[in-house]
Write a protein that binds this ligand. Sequence first.
Ligand code: FES
Length: 178
Amino acid sequence: MNTNEESQVDRTTIDEIISRHRGKPGELLTVMEEIQEASEFKYLDKLSMDYLSSQTKVPLSQIYSVATFYSFFNLKPQGKHSIIVCRGTACHTKGSKTLLNDLSTLPGCKEALDSGETSFTTDDRLITVKTVACFGQCALAPVVAVDGIIYSNVTSEQIKKLLQHLQEDKKDENIRLY
Ligand code: FES
């Protein structure tokens, strides 16, 4: 496994991604997306971004502003499973705070979210909990995305069951909320 001090994506892979998209519309976004996807823990690490900047001559500051602007980019290692809770007004009204409280039973999660972080990953890198401002599906509130699948009208019972399922012995399975 790579450590944080090593580039998460090897240079040959980054070179190949850059050359495949060179000169195409939206080149930087696509390249960054593919580098993140190639990273074991699905994030853009500093060394990979340094190398991308040096190879493309795009200033590092520009790469970071893109990475921080789009919520689908991660600057920290991600868990195997992701649970994203919408914190928009419609979802809040329909109980998203309760869902977040259920997830905050994961050790360290409450502290991270209370300190203003929008993302938390368990120490064993099994689960990443995130919040978003709005999924754009307010009529289906409260909305939660689990491993990229959007679920509507999510209940506290479903979240608790999901956590229990993950913390038992089914960690490697694809997970579904219902
Ligand atoms: S407020 Fe949650 S989807 Fe819009």
